[in-house]
Design a protein around this ligand. Structure first.
Ligand code: TYD
Ligand code: MG
Length: 431
């Protein structure tokens, strides 16, 4: 049973007797606080937050277990040397976190005065919000990291830690704390692939910002994506690489998403995509071989299965390629999941390149959506895609002729080839 008689029903300053009643104000009466943000040394994080950490904001960082949320938070906490950071862990012991921090700091190579540089970083292994707030009141930190929200419990509720009620209650208490003291709070939350474990979903509407940490646990690349942000755009992404010494910021993602190899391979093409606001050139590999058993297999990695089926149907029906009897395996480099339809053209070329065993030059890239009629459709921000390809030294980019209208071709050094139909691109490439 929940007892409501305790007044505020909140661990954070529940007994501050005087209940302050706010009165309505006009906009003119409200002081503008301007844009104060704490810029962290992590440029990827700053970018997804919209320019840095906003004081008093509550940020949820969700992701599957083992993806690297604790590592990311610890790294940021350690990097913010001037701010007093409290890292509350309900999952790992102080020793475990100490060991991890040594692993991470190793990279920075500041072995000499390392101890002193971490003197603003505090660690607390605790799960009761009452005890956490006690620690907070004596420490007065500038930033709080809770790892994870599912391990906290408030004695205001009797349900177990991790239940929806507890998660909401604890987050509510932390939100009240954040707003009253203007201290930013990061909440780590575990989410499983098929949606969620109890918790993070119910928090999404409470917090100011929701960051999603994604990637394939077995591959090195991680994407930090904003799915909600009261203080910035939701179309930003940050890219990291998980190394033995923690997460590395990847400032030029295209370079890592295109594999270094000698010689040309059939079935390999490069698509000019946009993820969030960033242009990314991504390598696609296809392997097409005669199906050895009854039904042909279609196995995409990093791409939607249904969309692959659709593109194969277009290749069969509109372009006359007998893909129906072939096994088709498709892979996006770097473990990235690509949703941008501009990848369609590169994918189709890659499939036919593998099937015909004709390699495509690695100085060519593609950016167009494919329609059901086998036509090339225009994609957004074509100029950004073209300039990224140019920057990375590509010689040619194939686009839809309907995209071409929106670009100024006199300024581009890269050769822009525009076509209306998929068959025309095949003709131009493969003769
Ligand atoms: P972790 O941050 O514990 O994930 P989460 O908090 O999201 O559950 O990261 C777990 C994985 O990261 C673990 O499998 C080991 C790996 N890792 C590295 O590869 N390098 C490192 O420097 C660290 C600290 C972890
Ligand atoms: Mg963790």
């Amino acid at each position: 049973m929940v007892t409501k008689s305790e007044g505020d029903k909140n661990e954070w300053r529940q007994d501050s007797g005087k209940s302050k009643i706010s009165k309505p104000k006009t906009l003119n009466e409200i002081e503008s606080s301007g844009e104060i943000r704490i810029a962290t040394p992590d440029l990827e994080l700053n970018r997804v937050l919209g320019g840095g950490i906003v004081p008093g904001s509550l940020v949820l960082i969700g992701g599957e277990p083992g993806i690297g949320k604790s590592t990311l938070m610890l790294q940021i906490g350690l990097a913010l040397q001037k701010a007093k950071v409290l890292y509350v862990s309900g999952e790992e012991s102080e020793q475990q976190i100490k060991m991890r921090s040594e692993r991470i700091s190793f990279k920075q190579g500041t072995s000499a005065n390392e101890q002193s540089s971490h003197e603003n970083f505090y660690m607390l292994a605790e799960t009761s919000t009452k005890n956490i707030f006690q620690a907070i009141e004596s420490l007065e930190p500038n930033l709080i990291i809770i790892d994870s929200i599912q391990t906290l419990h408030s004695h205001m509720l009797e349900s177990v830690a991790g239940s929806i009620g507890q998660v909401r209650q604890c987050a509510g208490e932390l939100m009240k704390f954040a707003k009253e003291t203007n201290t930013p709070v990061f909440l780590v939350g575990h989410i499983t692939k098929d949606g969620m474990l109890a918790g993070p979903k119910v928090l999404e509407h409470m917090v100011d910002t929701v960051l999603q940490f994604e990637g394939d646990r077995h591959l090195a690349y991680r994407i930090l994506r904003t799915t909600k942000n009261r203080f910035g755009s939701t179309s930003e992404i940050g890219i990291y690489e998980m190394l033995g010494t923690g997460l590395r910021q990847v400032s030029n993602p295209s370079e890592i998403l295109i594999s270094q190899k000698d010689g040309l391979l059939s079935g390999v093409t490069i698509g000019a995509t946009i993820e969030g606001n960033r242009p990314l050139l991504i390598e696609i590999q296809s392997l097409v071989s005669a199906a050895s058993y009854g039904t042909a297999q279609r196995t995409p990695t990093g791409f939607d299965q249904k969309r692959l089926n659709m593109l194969l149907a277009v290749l069969e029906k509109r372009c006359g390629f007998r893909v129906g009897t072939q096994d088709v395996f498709v892979n996006m480099a770097g473990g990235i999941y690509v949703e941008d339809p501009a990848i369609d053209l590169a994918l189709c070329i890659s499939i036919i390149s593998s099937m015909q065993e004709i390699p495509v030059s690695d100085k060519i890239c593609f950016a167009a959506e494919i329609g059901l009629g086998g036509e090339l459709r225009a994609v957004n921000r074509i100029d950004q895609r073209i300039s990224e390809a140019e920057k990375l030294g590509f010689k040619k980019i194939y686009i839809s002729k309907f995209s071409q209208k929106s670009i100024d071709l006199t300024k581009t050094k890269i050769e822009v080839k525009s076509f209306g139909k998929l068959t025309e691109v095949f003709g131009d490439l493969f003769g």
